[in-house]
Design a protein around this ligand. Structure first.
Ligand SMILES: [Zn+2]
Length: 343
């Protein structure tokens, strides 16, 4: 009974909170610095074809989100929003930064035009090696290969998943997600070897034509248009697992390469997979960054550490009601300090 009623109750609570003005950002986010996270912004046909839809929104959804943010917040790049927030500037509409992780081509192709039409700018955090050689990050390689193999040779795919301890998930999509999650905890070499074996079982890498990374020329044009470009490391490794030399390379070298390629100061570091420790923080400070963004959840209050800024990840389903409509009351609740955590 409760399972069936839950979405209705949730929508009703959202509506009541909204009607009472309690969750409206002008009030619920007053004095806070809100930072939202996106990865992929895809037209419907690519969204359907992309196997990790949990980190994607459609272009229509993104347009809705940008209009929603623009109604309720003052949208700036992260360094600019942080500067004003840290100087205790309290705008009538609270400060918000729209950030993007991973540097894929859809950011430039689909997200930028929507942002620019709304007159706002975003912050884009890119992994340098993949930009340099139009590479594919391991989670995308694994997801595309797993998706292809599950369709082509499901029993081979299942046997390979079982090798890394992924069994008995209810459907293909759940299996694929569990495999990506499980692979995160494998040592780097074992993880990449598994990805490569899955690709060769399929008969080669499976990234579709339309996918890929942004180029240096595109990033430079975006920076010239007022967007922020920041570092998402060299090769998107899990930083606390690295030795000192490799850690310095990921953190400091990525900053100097970006500064040289884009000819401007790089201010923000974005921790791959949200993983960092005291040693990582020390390196990020020493490398000259001013800000660090995590995957910890929620808006930032007065006690926020500039190197451990929290964010709110955004998916279409977070804003939809039980009947699938994008809902302003639901989204304001999720963005507010009254929401207790993800999902
Ligand atoms: Zn990432």
């Amino acid at each position: 009974m409760w399972r069936r009623l839950r979405p209705y109750v949730r929508d009703l609570v959202g509506d009541v909170l909204y009607a009472s003005h309690l969750t409206r950002p002008e009030r619920a986010a007053r004095g806070l610095l809100s930072v939202v996270t996106f990865h992929r912004v895809l037209p419907p046909e690519y969204f359907e074809a992309y196997p990790l839809r949990e980190i994607a929104v459609t272009t229509d959804e993104f347009e809705w989100f940008v209009a929603f943010f623009a109604r309720h917040y003052t949208i700036l790049t992260l360094p600019e929003a942080y500067r004003r927030w840290n100087a205790y500037e309290r705008t009538a509409r609270p400060l918000l930064a729209i950030t993007f992780d991973d540097g894929q081509i859809d950011n430039q192709r689909y997200a930028c035009p929507i942002l620019e039409r709304a007159g706002v700018r975003g912050s884009f955090y890119v992994p340098v090696d993949a930009i340099e050689d139009d590479g594919t990050l391991w989670h995308d390689r694994l997801a595309y290969a797993a998706d292809g193999l599950l369709k082509k040779e499901p029993s081979t795919a299942r046997a390979m998943f079982a090798e890394i301890g992924v069994t008995n998930d209810p459907d293909d999509h759940a299996t694929l997600l569990a495999a990506v999650e499980r692979a995160k905890s494998l040592p780097t070499e074992a993880r990449l070897a598994f990805v490569a074996r899955m690709e060769s079982a399929l008969g080669g890498a499976a990234r579709p034509e339309w996918d890929g990374m942004m180029s240096w020329a595109q990033l430079r044009a975006m920076a010239d248009a007022g967007h922020e470009i920041g570092s998402h490391s060299m090769s998107h490794q899990i930083l606390p697992l690295l030795d000192d030399e490799a850690l310095t390379h990921e953190v400091a070298t990525s900053r100097s390469v970006l500064e040289e390629k884009l000819d401007r100061p790089i201010e923000t570091f974005c921790y791959p997979n949200g993983d960092y420790d005291a040693r990582t923080l020390e390196r990020v400070r020493a490398a000259g960054y001013r800000l660090g963004v995590t995957t910890k959840w929620g808006p930032n209050g007065d006690d926020a550490d500039p190197y451990e800024l929290t964010r709110v990840d955004v998916q279409g389903q977070h804003a939809r009601t039980h009947d699938g409509e994008m809902s302003e009351p639901r989204m304001t609740w999720r963005m507010s300090r009254y929401f207790s955590g993800p999902n």
